[in-house]
Design a protein around this ligand. Structure first.
Ligand SMILES: [Fe+2]
Length: 382
C-alpha cells in the first residue's frame, strides 16, 4: 500500500515568504538590466522601498579616499538636501553598519544613541524606524542600504531583514558590474586618446588639436540635444578622427610649405585609413562613420566618398565644424593662426555648402554660452 504523502501546510507566513521572494527576483532583474551606474543606484533605492514596504529608502556609498559615507542617491525633493551629508565611518546608524558589517533593525530610531539627526534636520523628515544592511562586495563593505519607516505605522520584521539582506547582495553585484563596465569604457577611451597622442607627437604643429576638437565637438553635441549614447560615440570619433594620419609619411605630414596636388591626394586618404585601422575593432562599428566622413561637405564636394546632406552622419558633421574652427584659429605650418572673427565668418559663410547650418548654429550658441574654451586661441580682429 502506498504511503499517503503529508500535505504541505500553506500558511500565511509561507505565502508571505513566496511573495517576498518573487518580488526580490523581479527587483533583481530590474536592477541588473542596466549598466549605467546612476541608474543602478536609483533602482536600488526603489527596490529597497518596494521590497520592504517602507516610506523611504537610501543608499550610502563608501568613499575610499576619505573613508566617509555619502548619500549617493536620495530620492524625492527632500532627498536632494540629504545628498550633501557625509558620515564618518562609525558615525550614525549607517556608519555603524558600515564599520561593523552587521545588519540591524531599529524600532525606535529617535532614542537610539547611534542615530545621526542631521539627515532628518536637513530634510524635515521624521525617521521612526529603520532597517539598515551593509552592501558587501567580496567581503568588503562598499555601501549601506537603508529602509526607513515601515508603511502603515508598522514595524520591520526579521523576515523583512532577511529579504533586505538578499537585496543588498544583488545591489552589490549590480554596482560592481556597472563599475567594471565604466572602467572598461574609460580604459578604452584612454587607449584611444593615447593612440591619438602618438600620432600628434609626429606632427609638432598640431599639438593639442585632438583635445580641442574633442572639447568643441562635445559642446556642439550638447546644443544639438544628442542622446548620451550618441555623445559617447561622438567623443570617441572626435579623438580618433585623424588617426589615419599614421599612414602619411613624415615628409608630407611635417612639410612647412603648401602641399602639391599629389601630396594633397595622399593626405586626403587619412579618413579612409583611419576607418580601416579602427575597423578591426568591431565595438567601434558606430564610431567609424564619424571618422571616415569628417571631411565630407554638404554640397558633395568633400572627401573621400563625396557624400552630401543627410548622407553624412551628424557626428561627422560636428567634427567637421570643430576641426575647421581649430584649423583656422591655430597656427599651421603653411598658415598663421587667424582670429576667432575670421573663423566665425568662415563657418557662417560656408553653412549650407560645406557645413550643416544646424551644426554651425549649435557651435555659435555653445561659443556664446562659454562652452567652447578657446583659451589657446588667438583672439583679435583681422
Ligand atoms: Fe582630418
Amino acid at each position: 500500500m502506498r504511503k499517503k504523502a503529508n500535505p504541505v501546510r500553506i500558511t500565511g507566513a509561507y505565502e508571505k515568504k513566496v511573495a517576498q521572494l518573487s518580488t526580490l527576483m523581479a527587483l533583481s532583474t530590474i536592477l541588473n538590466s542596466t549598466l549605467e551606474q546612476k541608474e543602478v543606484r536609483k533602482r536600488a533605492i526603489e527596490a529597497a522601498t518596494r521590497l520592504t514596504e517602507s516610506e523611504v529608502g537610501s543608499l550610502l556609498l563608501v568613499d575610499e579616499e576619505t573613508n566617509e559615507l555619502f548619500f549617493e542617491v536620495a530620492l524625492g525633493e527632500k532627498g536632494e538636501k540629504v545628498k550633501e551629508i557625509r558620515l564618518k565611518m562609525g558615525e550614525g546608524i549607517a556608519g555603524w553598519v558600515a564599520k561593523t558589517g552587521e545588519s540591524v533593525i531599529i524600532d525606535d530610531v529617535q532614542n537610539d544613541p547611534r542615530f545621526f539627526k542631521g539627515a532628518d534636520k536637513k530634510s524635515s523628515f521624521v525617521t521612526r524606524n529603520m532597517m539598515c544592511v551593509p552592501v558587501k562586495s567580496e567581503g568588503k563593505v562598499i555601501g549601506v542600504l537603508q529602509s526607513i519607516n515601515k508603511l502603515k505605522g508598522g514595524r520591520f520584521t526579521n523576515d523583512d531583514l532577511e529579504g533586505f539582506i538578499s537585496l543588498a547582495d544583488q545591489v552589490a553585484i549590480a554596482i560592481e558590474k556597472s563599475r567594471l563596465y565604466q572602467e572598461l569604457r574609460d580604459t578604452f577611451f584612454c587607449a584611444a586618446e593615447a593612440l591619438a597622442d602618438a600620432i600628434e607627437k609626429r606632427d609638432p604643429y598640431t599639438g593639442g588639436h585632438t583635445k580641442r576638437v574633442l572639447q568643441y565637438s562635445v559642446a556642439i553635441g550638447k546644443y544639438l540635444d544628442l542622446k548620451e549614447s550618441e555623445l559617447e560615440r561622438l567623443r570617441l570619433a572626435a579623438v580618433l578622427h585623424d588617426i589615419g594620419k599614421i599612414g602619411i609619411e613624415d615628409s608630407i605630414l611635417r612639410k612647412r610649405d603648401k602641399l602639391n596636388p599629389d601630396e594633397y591626394e595622399k593626405v586626403k586618404q587619412h579618413p579612409v585609413w583611419g576607418a580601416e585601422i579602427m575597423g578591426h575593432i568591431k565595438q567601434l562599428k558606430d564610431v567609424i562613420p564619424g571618422m571616415r566622413y569628417h571631411h565630407e561637405r554638404m554640397d558633395g564636394n568633400g572627401y573621400p566618398d563625396h557624400l552630401r546632406d543627410n548622407q553624412i552622419p551628424i557626428i561627422a558633421k560636428i567634427i567637421s565644424v570643430a576641426d575647421t574652427f581649430d584649423a583656422i584659429t591655430t597656427e599651421r605650418p603653411y598658415q598663421e593662426s587667424l582670429s576667432i572673427d575670421v573663423a566665425f565668418k568662415e563657418l557662417r559663410g560656408s553653412a549650407g555648402t560645406q557645413f550643416d547650418s544646424r551644426v554651425v548654429e549649435a557651435f555659435l550658441k555653445a561659443y556664446e554660452a562659454g562652452d567652447i574654451n578657446a583659451d589657446n586661441v588667438k583672439v583679435g580682429l583681422l
